[in-house]
Design a protein around this ligand. Structure first.
Ligand code: OSB
Ligand code: MG
Length: 368
């Protein structure tokens, strides 16, 4: 197969509620969608970078340039025998994996549609139902947070993740644990701490957390290994893991015991599956992280989460938690037991609402 042309679109979508982390507040998304064309068919991908370079180095505007000037020209017109080869074509690009993953994941969707099978099947996914958790941003007050958690638990979600940052950590987590003594609970610091904070981080051991996500620097594994020696709560790395090589190194020095896999951060389905396999063979649990994706990115996350190594509830939740109306039909829905049931339609398994996408598009460009 040869990709003949790639269409980029930027769409603007308001979140139903602001989402606050240790690195900032997001009220609306500026999302790049990618549509790849070959053999009279097409596939869809979503670039999962944030608006600004605060989660990692990528941002909507820089990703647009990397996609337009490097990823798309490097992909178009080249013969590939499988979707795995899509990322080989752009392997010369350093970093910018979210931009590269947008095209890579679109090629997987296209290949699945070409074969008339669902993407999860093409990837080798097996799980029928995906266990779901929610990621809850920092709230105005502890009582607002407790209320939010109550709502998500009533919806059936199997695991609650709360965001922490210096000054909003020990006491807040204690309040949550006191109110909900039995729930599966995790915390995510998005790199807000250093080894100077080891005392507070060790006190979080009191709360029987499933894991603490990326407490230290976004590009670190050495200090995480030191921290893991000093706390009993399992460390889960997010920002630090960009490849299976990173996973191997982090696990070999004991920097984490669990890995969060995000399609964009690692460069697409092929890399995500390599990490999943590496971890599964070593009994290291993985789960699917989220980047406040709209429907196309969400559908790709669901397909990936059917792989057998995804044994912990992911940050893959219902469309309505994010958007008044999603970009796919039907929206992603979660069962009362806190699962998403995979779909059997070809490709990502959801219909892309092109009318709605057209209405929300602020710029588009076709590269051929
Ligand atoms: O660290 O997991 C993270 C959102 C944006 C950037 C980073 C993260 C997150 C989330 C939200 O936690 C997960 C989601 O609901 O999509
Ligand atoms: Mg995280």
């Amino acid at each position: 197969m040869k990709i003949e042309r790639i269409e980029l679109r930027e769409v603007h979508l308001q979140l139903v509620a602001p989402f606050e982390t240790s690195f900032g507040v997001t009220t609306g998304r500026r999302i790049i969608l990618v549509k790849v064309f070959a053999e009279g068919l097409h596939g869809w991908g979503e670039c999962t970078c944030n608006e600004g370079p605060f989660y990692n180095h990528e941002a909507t505007d820089t990703a647009w340039i990397v996609l337009r000037d490097y990823v798309a020209p490097g992909t178009i017109g080249k013969e590939i025998n499988s979707p795995e080869e899509a990322s080989t074509l752009t392997a010369g690009i350093r970093g910018n994996k979210m931009a590269r993953a947008a095209v890579e994941t679109a090629v997987w969707d296209l290949e699945a549609r070409r074969r008339g099978i669902p993407l999860w099947q093409l990837l080798g996914g097996a799980q029928e139902e995906i266990p779901c958790g929610v990621s809850i941003g920092l709230q105005e007050s502890d009582s607002a947070l407790l209320k939010k958690i109550e709502t998500e638990l009533s919806a059936g979600y199997q695991r609650i993740k709360i965001k922490i940052k210096p000054g909003r950590d020990y006491e807040m987590t204690r309040a949550v644990r006191k109110e909900f003594p039995e729930i599966r609970l995790t915390v995510d610091a998005n790199s807000a701490y250093t080894l100077q904070d080891v005392e507070m981080l060790r006190r979080l051991d009191e709360f029987d957390l499933m894991l603490i996500e990326q407490p230290l620097a976004y590009d670190d594994i050495i200090d995480h290994a030191e921290l893991q020696r000093q706390i009993s709560t399992p460390i889960c790395l997010d920002e630090s893991i960009l490849s299976v090589e990173d996973a191997r190194k982090a696990l070999s020095i004991g920097a984490c015991r669990i890995i969060n896999i995000k399609l964009g951060r690692v460069g697409g389905h092929a890399a995500a599956r390599r990490i999943e396999t590496y971890c599964r063979e070593r009994n290291v649990p993985v789960w699917c992280g989220g980047m406040l994706e709209a429907g196309i990115g969400r559908a790709h996350n669901i397909a990936m989460s059917t792989l057998p190594g995804f044994v912990m509830p992911g940050d893959v939740s219902a469309s309505k938690r994010y958007w008044k109306e999603d970009l796919i039909i039907p929206p992603v829905e979660v069962t009362p037991r806190g699962t998403i049931i995979k779909r059997s339609d070809p490709g990502i398994g959801y219909e892309v609402n092109e009318t709605r996408i057209a209405a929300l598009t602020v710029r588009n460009e076709v590269i051929s």
